[in-house]
Every structure is written in C-alpha cells, then in structure tokens.
Design a protein around this ligand. Sequence first.
Ligand SMILES: [Zn+2]
Length: 333
Amino acid sequence: MMNLFGRKYFINPETLRFERVRLSWRERIRYILAVGLGLIALAVGMRYGFERYYPTPRQLIYENDNIRLRSEYVALNSNLQHFESQLAELRNRDDRFYRSILNLEPVPASIREAGTGGSEPYGQLHNIREPGLITDVSNRIDKISNRLQIQSSSLETVYREAVTNKQFLACRPSINPISSADPCWVTSTYGYRLDPFTHRRTAHHGIDLAGPYGLNIHSTGDGTVVSAGFSRYGYGKEVIVDHGFGYTTRYAHLQEILVRPGQQLKRGEVMGTLGSTGRSTGPHLHYEVRKNGRSVNPFYFFFENLSPQEYNLLASRVNQPEIPVHSGAMSQE
Ligand SMILES: [Zn+2]
C-alpha cells in the first residue's frame, strides 16, 4: 500500500500493525527522478497547448509585425518595378538620343546587364519561411544599382562629349560674315569660274559677297586672329582667323581692318569693314573657309543665321551670277 507521499507501508503479521517499508537510496532517487520528469513533461505540454490556443501578447505583436513586413515587401516589390521602368526609359533615351547626337556607340547590352546573378547570393535567407519574396526584392535592388552605375558612367561620357561639342559648335564657322540686317548679294560662288582679270577658267576658293562700302564684317565662329594686314597675293586688306578643330576663315578686300594678330574673337564680332582693296573690281567681301588647309564651300556653313526659306533660296540660285543672300538684299536688286 502507498500513501500520498510515496511512502510504502505493510502489515506486520506478527504485530498486526502498519509498518513503513524502508526503501534503499537508489530506489528513492529513481522514484524522485520519475516523478520530477513526469511533472516537467506535464508543464511543457500544458504550456504548448495553452500557447497554441491562447497566444501571448508578445506573440501577437510578432505576428502583426510579420504581416505588416510582408505587405511592405510586396509594396517595395511593386515600387521597384516603377524604378526599373524609369531606368529602362533613361537607358533608351541615352542610347537613342544623347549618345546618337554625339555620335557615340550605344552601351552594349552585355555591359548593361553585367554584374548580376552569381551562385546563391542570398543563401542565408533560405532559413526563413518565405525566402522568395525577399530574394526577389534583393535581386532587383542589386540589378537596379548595377544598371544605375553603368548609366551614370555613360551619362558622364555624354557630358564630356557635350562639353567638347559645345566648344566645337561655338568655334566652327557657321554664320554669314555679313549680318542679315545688311544688304549683300553673292557675285561669285565657290568653284571654277572665269577670272575677272585674266578671263581664264580658274578655281575660286571662296564666295564673293557684294555690298556697299563700310559694311561690318563679322567673324563666323569663335577663334584667334592669325593674320591681319595687306596680302601679297591680291586679297588686299585681309584677316585670317583660326577657329581650332582644323578650321580657318579668310575675309579679304576689306576697307578697314579692326583687329590685330593674336586677338581672340567671338562669333559675330566685327573684324573689319567691306571694301575693294587688292585685286577687286568693286566693293565686295571674298570669304573663304578651310578645313585642314583645304578650301571648302562656305555656302554649306551659312546655316545659323539663315531662315530655312533664305537657305533654300540661296541653294536654288547658287549657280546664278547674282544671288541675294538674305531678304534684306531683295530691295537692292
Ligand atoms: Zn573671291
């Protein structure tokens, strides 16, 4: 027989009384351990069951956090899609517009797409319950950051090209040396013609623009005066301007020279006045454009201060002996 406290008793047949059974130490320890383990198992089981049906406040907070984080990840994913499409648009503009204007090759796709992937970059995330969402977002952020880096270095190249190009555009001779407000007309075009003095067929390396004495003659691009004085070759008083990038211009038969060698000129700056010095039959400007030392047709450099109508008029009448260069000259005919 056993009472509540695990003590064993027996009836002594001799005394007919209950007497306590004496347990050995080993039996006692075994007995205590069994009871203890049983109690622990019971406590753990109760706690597990309780938590399963009645979550603790802390668990509730974690679960809410989890739901919120998940929905934020989903939102982040869709934001990334927005960034990706903006980046794609920028890339498109860069290749098709900025780079093509400046004659740069598009950035090869292999370079644009490089630097992503690799084996299991987010291995540590596989321990969590839903790694797909997080690896997806992290992957996309990696790709976007790589593409941004490539895009930024491409735009840097574009910027550098544009600065050089801006300088080139400022220097390149590209206007009429006589203002469109002043009257003038073409008396001799570029190419072969009969020399007015020798009456022999000779090459004419520029164009002749006739007008009244004293008209302002403008530099057709930014540059440096390399020569300003009386020509030994029949050009009379002439100015030669070096525009860099291989371009030089000559303004000949001037009445007056208003610049000196070494002087820096801006496009449109006046360097002299129209005259008839040297081998000239009447007041006119002989204007020449040279590229790397070879003369080119100045007519094709007149695009900046001519309206499309004026340009077309000039182009259509370029082989006729007298061509008004701009509408202001019409009244002079
Ligand atoms: Zn000439």
